[in-house]
Design a protein around this ligand. Structure first.
Ligand code: 5GP
Length: 208
């Protein structure tokens, strides 16, 4: 087993149920995972709290983080900045936690470029119609915002092939377990177990 945590990126259309999925995963396996909390310039939705769902920042504050290179990646999404604070992610991985970034596609591809061992997961509802239904039933957003998110989903669909695994979020529990298994499988990647590989090779050298 590798010693350090896995970095997993979870993307998917807005309305795919990623948030609920993450919550379930963390509740089931609280010692295994750490969820990165992003910074954003969008306004909090009803019930959202600063430091829990996001760090809600002004544009100036966000741009300061960019300047200081305090973000692993950032992107603009439907008119707002979103970014991943660097320190927390690296600290948690060092502690052996598997860190999950719930971020959109541009950011996901940047993370993969920077950390090639990153696992890229894409979450989708079973169909496009179901996505629209879920977005409308959320009831917290205007028609305009919903239309914007559907338009964005259409654009994002073009990038689904860049991901490594597709998770269909039909049954929450099933989807969560699939995600857990996929992430845990990464601990057995040969590239992450080099120390053990080398020590076994060395031990066996004497039998040649
Ligand atoms: P929402 O406004 O619905 O919370 O999020 C909108 C989109 O931004 C979602 O696709 C979400 O995954 C993405 N997002 C959230 N945090 C980050 C981040 O730190 N970086 C990037 N690139 N995208 C993010």
């Amino acid at each position: 087993m590798g010693h350090k945590g896995i970095l997993a990126v979870v993307s998917g259309f807005s309305g795919a149920g990623k948030g609920t999925l993450m919550k379930a995963l963390l509740e089931h396996y609280p010692d295994q995972y750490a969820l990165s909390i992003s910074a954003t310039t969008r306004s909090p939705r009803a019930g959202e709290e600063h430091g829990r769902e996001y760090f809600f920042l002004t544009r100036d504050q966000f741009e300061e983080l960019i300047q200081k290179e305090a973000l692993i990646e950032y992107a603009c999404y439907v008119g707002n900045y979103y970014g991943t604070p660097r320190d927390y992610v690296l600290e948690q991985m060092e502690k052996g936690k598997d860190v999950i970034l719930e971020i959109e596609i541009q950011g996901a591809l940047k993370v993969k470029e920077r950390f090639p061992d990153t696992l890229l997961l894409f979450v989708t509802p079973p169909s496009g119609a179901e996505l629209e239904r879920r977005l409308r039933s959320r009831g917290t957003e205007t028609q305009e915002v919903i239309a914007g998110r559907l338009g964005r989903a259409a654009e994002e669909a073009a990038y689904m092939d860049r991901y490594e695994y597709l998770l269909v979020n039909d049954d929450l529990e099933v989807c969560m377990e699939e995600m857990h298994r996929l992430i845990q499988a990464q601990h057995h990647r040969i590239s992450g177990c080099q120390e053990l590989v080398e020590s076994i090779k060395k031990e066996l050298e004497g039998y040649r």
